[in-house]
Write a protein that binds this ligand. Structure first.
Ligand code: K1U
Ligand code: ZN
Length: 178
């Protein structure tokens, strides 16, 4: 397994719509494993392929706590098949927008269909942080960042700060940056 550099905003690769994978083969499985290691190392609770510069519809998620056994989820071509009418608000972060946070409202519960690490079709029902995180990662596959759910004022403030930090080549937290 390998640690992959995580791209930080602003970067055009984070705004692209990603392509579906034909199947979860050895190459995609390797990508999933490298993404998981990169996510644990960051540390984070989710990661989408475009964050490591791969414009494919692949995400990994693990919202288990420090005291719990690891519970990684590997998803290719994830699709929402149901969302609740009820919404939930969560203060989100993003490894591609380091040191910035914002309240995002999303459906509180979802059902998601995807191809797993063995190329099997699965459907998962999720709520709480898992539902929030899966939706955040699926947004990345559409080129959408959590700041796109905020007011233009808040979004532009965060993006301006990140651009300034990038221009100054300022190291951001402990994340590996591309
Ligand atoms: O997509 C990403 O950049 C990962 C992001 C996922 C996420 C966080 C919060 C709400 C929705 C989605 C992160 O993992 S940011 C880091 C983080 O939340 C975290 C890090 C260490 C321990 C616990 C959480
Ligand atoms: Zn993110």
């Amino acid at each position: 397994m390998a640690l992959l550099p995580i791209i930080t905003a602003p970067d055009p690769r984070l705004k692209k719509v990603c392509q579906p994978v034909a199947a979860v083969d050895g190459e995609i499985r390797r990508l999933m494993e490298d993404m998981l290691e990169t996510m644990y190392n960051a540390p984070g609770i989710g990661l989408a392929a475009p964050q490591v510069g791969v414009l494919k519809r692949v995400i990994v998620v693990d919202v288990s706590g420090d005291e719990e056994p690891e519970a990684p989820l590997f998803m290719a071509n994830p699709e929402l098949t149901w969302v609740s009418n009820e919404d939930a608000r969560y203060e989100e972060g993003c490894l591609s927008l380091p040191e910035h946070y914002g309240d995002v409202v999303r459906p509180a519960a979802i059902k998601v269909r995807y191809l797993d690490r063995e190329n099997e079709i699965r459907e998962l029902e999720a709520d709480g942080l898992l539902a929030t995180c899966i939706q955040h990662e699926m947004d990345h596959l559409e080129g959408i960042l959590f700041v796109d759910h905020l007011t233009a004022l808040k979004r532009n403030m965060i993006l301006r700060k990140l651009l300034k930090a990038k221009k100054a080549d300022k190291p951001l937290a402990s994340y590996a940056t591309a």
